[in-house]
Design a protein around this ligand. Structure first.
Ligand SMILES: [Zn+2]
Length: 143
């Protein structure tokens, strides 16, 4: 179902971050957040509200990209946990947040959108977008 807010949609109007990989269906962008290196969004190109607005084949393709990004981020960062979230209350355009988490990060054990639990996280090295893109391609090939 098309959304009436299409013209004002942030994810239709801009890439939404640094694009590290894309296909005809979707793109993977890195979110610039010093506390969460490796934080990615997997964004459907098409403006649809919910996963079930997608034909099943494309739904499965999108999830295979989400899992490839998860493998890539785990391989690069060895986080204690990976958070996967599809919210879209503010931006009702299908996209997944993939957030590597560490026991000592700013919000652990709460979601990154909750109140911070500590002042700052230990510094972690930033993700190299090209390296992440290559890991995603490798993960997609092995599925
Ligand atoms: Zn949109």
């Amino acid at each position: 179902m098309a959304d009436s807010g299409f013209n004002n949609c942030e994810l239709c109007g801009s890439p939404g971050g640094e694009v590290v990989w894309e296909s005809a269906l979707c793109r993977v962008v890195m979110v610039a957040d010093a506390d969460y290196p490796g934080y990615c969004r997997i964004i459907l190109h098409k403006h649809l509200r919910e996963m079930t607005d997608l034909p099943e084949k494309e739904r499965m393709q999108l999830m295979s990209v989400v899992f490839a990004v998860e493998s890539a981020v785990r391989g690069l960062y060895q986080p204690d946990k990976v958070n996967l979230a599809s919210l879209g209350n503010m931006t009702p355009h299908v996209h997944w947040h993939l957030i590597p988490r560490w026991r000592d990060d700013r919000h652990f054990p709460h979601p990154v959108w909750a109140a911070a639990q500590r002042a700052s996280a230990p510094r972690r090295s930033p993700v190299d977008g090209r390296q992440l893109g290559e890991r995603i391609i490798a993960a997609l090939r092995s599925t």
